[in-house]
Ligand binder design. Structure first.
Ligand code: GTP
Ligand code: MG
Length: 472
């Protein structure tokens, strides 16, 4: 019985231990989830940035042997992920497991004969002698947005406005591959910027990271100088301080840094083109295109964009309805010409997204609060004419939705052949007219073909029977 008593005690101790362990585990999990939620935005960015640093971009010939290409790359280390896409040429994004593989690959990559440019980039070209067969086309990822016609067709087939908005987001949002490519372009630019500013990091912001990015949207980047502008702390103890060049103002320094990067890109940055400095804008930027990825890029030094991107990202995380709604509003505004790709006196996607109950301030046409500095107006640039266009459009759409019975789909399988409804009805007519016109035209033409077929058949039968029914 002593032995049994001992066993019972051991069992009880074991159970106590197990429940304590479960409690600790639960607490740890809760803490981890909280920590994860707090750091999601930054950690996601860091993870993607680190992956981009282990990646290369390779322009390929139209046909080559995919497995031999991979074999060639694998001699430098494990290829973790890769995909192909088309933009003028076929291109490959290749992610290695380790950064050492990049060093090894770059070591073995040749400079084109006669080249005197010393900068070696992670943008390379695959040279494939014709004798290396069999050659095949590779499977390509589509990184381009769907056509308006396809979009309207898809939306019209949905059963509710909620489904339409969800569908719009699903077909337009950035894919995993398009996001990887964007981070890689930042990383390639970072290599170049690092020549002058070794501690700097190029970070994407705006719609690439805020959860509202559409296929084909621009790539906004920040040159984060990473500690170059340290706040001055008064120290009583002896210490060392860097000697630096003083500028007339911080704005003047920003302009100088951007002009240096612009010149570097123009002269030494393979894949970068159309470089244009815009130093006198409210927020100085360098605008350029990255030809291999097909992306239009804006580079700035203003870190405000990073904070506001995180804010929009968090809005999207808080409620699943936010992102589909904002995709729809941005799509609607873009197609009505309310927002434009170039800056000007019109409302931007950013201010449109932040719009809450449009607050009356006598000194402004439109006042949309800057969420970080409530007295500042993010729509200060909007002039009276643009505001009036916007208000007229809102009134028209409100009128359509209230009076034309377009909010519900027609029942039955023919709803998409009839007329625009739901979100589609609020888009410009020129977008949906071709869809409904084609579908309406198509129907009678099918009937006529069928009628001719019937007539032919009837004629044959009649010829056999020696009678005519054409008049019938
Ligand atoms: P799309 O590029 O149109 O998909 O959207 P986006 O959110 O990236 O907007 P955009 O490229 O126009 O701007 C990029 C970033 O610049 C935004 O996320 C904001 O941080 C900032 N920004 C843009 N417009 C304004 C503005 O009118 N006022 C302020 N303060 N910041 C702006
Ligand atoms: Mg943008």
């Amino acid at each position: 019985s002593l032995e049994r008593f001992g066993r019972v005690q051991a069992l009880q101790t074991q159970r106590k231990f197990a429940s304590t362990l479960t409690a600790i585990k639960d607490e740890t999990e809760t803490a981890n989830t909280e920590a994860k939620q707090c750091s999601t935005f930054q950690s996601m960015q860091e993870e993607r940035r680190e992956r981009a640093e282990r990646s290369v971009l390779i322009s390929c010939p139209p046909k080559f042997n995919e497995s031999k290409f991979l074999k060639l790359l694998s001699t430098h280390g494990t290829v973790k992920k890769y995909f192909f896409y088309h933009n003028s040429t076929t291109n490959a994004v290749v992610e290695f497991s380790s950064r050492n593989s990049i060093a090894s690959l770059m070591e073995s990559t040749r400079l084109p004969s006669g080249s005197s440019i010393p900068f070696k980039s992670r943008l390379m070209s695959l040279k494939w002698p014709d004798t290396q067969s069999p050659l095949r086309k590779v499977k390509l990822q589509d990184l381009t947005p769907p056509t308006p016609l396809d979009t309207i067709k898809k939306l019209s087939k949905k059963n509710s406005i909620d489904e339409q908005l969800q569908c719009l987001m699903d077909i337009y949002q950035l894919t995993e591959e398009s996001i990887s490519l964007r981070y890689l372009v930042c990383s390639l630019l970072g290599d170049l910027a690092g020549v002058y500013f070794p501690q700097s990091v190029i970070r994407p912001f705006g719609s690439t990271v805020n959860g509202l990015g559409r296929l084909g949207c621009d790539l906004d980047m920040i040159l984060d100088l990473n500690g170059t502008y340290e706040g001055s702390q008064k120290r009583s103890s002896p210490h060392l301080e860097y000697q630096v060049k003083m500028a007339l103002s911080e704005r003047a320094m920003v302009q100088t840094i951007l002009s240096v990067i612009a010149r570097c890109l123009e002269k030494f940055g393979p894949g970068f083109g159309g470089v244009e400095s815009i130093p006198h804008a409210r927020c100085p930027i360098v605008r350029f295109s990255h030809e291999t990825s097909g992306l239009s890029c804006d580079l700035t030094l203003n870190t405000f964009g990073m904070k506001s991107s995180e804010l929009l990202f968090l809005y999207g995380q808080l409620d699943p309805r936010v992102r589909p709604l904002l995709f729809a509003v941005r799509f609607w505004a873009q197609n009505h010409g309310i927002t434009k790709v170039v800056p000007g006196a019109w409302i931007t996607n950013f201010s449109l997204t932040l719009m809450e109950k449009p607050q009356f301030k006598p000194e402004a046409n439109l006042f949309i609060r800057n969420p970080f500095e409530e007295d500042l107006n993010v729509s200060k640039n909007v002039n009276e004419k643009q505001l009036s266009n916007f208000v007229t459009l809102c009134q028209k759409c409100a009128w359509i939705s209230q009076t034309q019975n377009v909010l519900k789909p027609l029942s039955g399988s023919v709803k998409e052949f009839n007329s625009p409804w739901g979100f589609v009805a609020l888009l410009p007519e020129h977008m949906y007219t071709p869809v409904f016109a084609t579908l309406k035209r198509k129907k009678p033409s099918v009937n006529i073909t069928d009628l001719f077929k019937t007539l032919k058949l009837t004629k044959k039968t009649d010829a056999n029977e020696g009678e005519s029914v054409v008049a019938d």
